[in-house]
Design a protein around this ligand. Structure first.
Ligand SMILES: [Mg+2]
Length: 409
């Protein structure tokens, strides 16, 4: 007989991941305040990750190196080693999969698991979480602590994983959900960044309790979109399907001004159109699986030319740009282009991806840091692509980091 699940999702988040990796492989760094930086001896660079010992002094991701030395005298800096973090990531995936099959790899240090059958009992879920922590510490290393959240949906599992750090375990169920969530600021909800917070505050909604007081129409109003309806369900523990596939396309076209009506002009305008299109994809939270380019030639009775590429759904500008360049290498010469157009289709919407990616300040700060890493290590050291492109199809749902294959690093 099927029983109503008490909980349906587990989410594991490694604590101070980059810093913990360093402390794991360098025992002399253990128990000490350390910070991982993109490059050493640059006081104006931002910290990528701080160990818990450094966090106690207020040092965190995004703190400038110079500032952190004032906050935490004696802090030790370590240069980021991406190949190490990826190697450890793979070990972590292996360690957690011995306990539960992974549903989503959300980032280099964050993965979620769907609970089924007896695992949906709180007591059993708790045992599995403890087993997972042990498996990581045993197979990857004693310094690799994790915070695990368990709840009725993925969004609340994420909230729960953030409540206790380091080495936390928080379970939200019908028994305690309202009591634990009520006093918290709406900012703990993935997707509620400073802008949304300000909007909600404008409606007198500061805590989750304030939000729980609204009916579904009220939630819609305070968020100003259908996302409000979803938060209404999420904070009540409903396991709303997060992915939402739609048949939709987006396109941008441009009639070239006369000076651009040549091969190079068409290419440069097309790439600009793509930038705008990719920005729109991200803004609206879509991932595209197909990219098409078309050109209409100028002159009476002139025809047109078009090509497309298909791939695993992505919203990453660099990836789309590469694919578009590939198409453009075939662009016939010798005709005068009049109008160019770029279309993305096979669009998928995944609110959880959108939420976890774009409205989290901590992550915005990390975006900055990542840009700095990239400028040092080359463009693809770390990117925020949505997928592993074509390799590793099972783990292709990466929302936060693109985790490069070992030999790419
Ligand atoms: Mg983490």
């Amino acid at each position: 007989m099927a029983v109503t699940p008490e909980v349906s999702w587990m989410l594991a988040d490694l604590n101070s991941y980059f810093a913990s990796c360093e402390q794991q492989v360098e025992p002399r760094l253990r128990g000490r305040p350390i910070a991982v930086v993109p490059m050493l001896d640059v006081p104006t660079t931002a910290i990528l990750a701080a160990s818990y010992e450094a966090k106690r002094f207020g040092v965190r991701t995004g703190t400038l190196v110079g500032e952190s030395m004032r906050m935490c005298p004696g802090i030790q800096f370590v240069q980021a080693r991406h190949s190490l973090y990826i190697e450890m990531h793979e070990k972590i995936l292996d360690a957690v999969e011995r306990v539960l099959p992974i549903e989503n790899v959300l980032s280099i240090d964050e993965m979620s698991f769907r609970l089924t059958g007896s695992q949906t009992r709180v007591a059993r879920a708790r045992e599995l979480a403890l087993e997972m922590k042990r498996s990581i510490e045993l197979r990857v290393g004693s310094e690799m602590k994790s915070s695990i959240g368990i709840a009725q949906n993925q969004l609340l599992a994420k909230v729960a994983s953030d409540l206790e750090k380091p080495n936390g375990l928080v379970i939200l169920s019908d028994e305690n959900r309202e009591r634990i969530l009520s006093p918290l600021s709406v900012r703990v909800l993935p997707g509620v960044g400073p802008k949304t917070e300000a909007r909600l505050n404008g409606f007198g909604v500061r805590t989750i309790a304030d939000l729980l007081k609204r009916d579904v129409g009220g939630a819609h109003t305070v968020f100003g979109s259908v996302l409000g309806d979803r938060y209404y369900e999420w904070i009540r523990g409903k396991d709303l399907e997060l992915a939402d596939t739609q048949t939709k396309t987006m396109s941008h076209q441009h009639v070239l001004s006369p000076i651009y009506r040549n091969h190079e002009g068409a290419i440069s305008i097309t790439l600009k159109l793509l930038e705008r299109l990719a920005a729109r994809l991200r803004k609206e939270g879509y991932y595209a699986g197909k990219l098409a380019f078309s050109v209409k030639w100028s002159g009476e009775g002139a025809g047109s030319w078009e090509r497309y590429e298909k791939f695993d759904a992505t919203q990453d500008t660099l990836f789309l740009r590469e694919r578009l360049r590939l198409i453009l290498t075939e662009l016939p010469r010798g005709e005068r282009p009049l109008r160019v157009g770029v279309t993305v289709s096979d669009l998928q919407k995944n609110e959880y991806r959108q939420i976890s990616l774009f409205a989290d300040v901590k992550r915005e700060r990390l975006f900055d840091s990542v840009d700095r890493v990239n400028s040092k290590f080359g463009k693809n050291a770390v990117t925020f692509a949505s997928s592993l492109s074509t390799e590793g199809a099972d783990h292709a749902k990466i929302a936060f980091h693109r985790i490069p294959g070992k030999d790419e690093v």
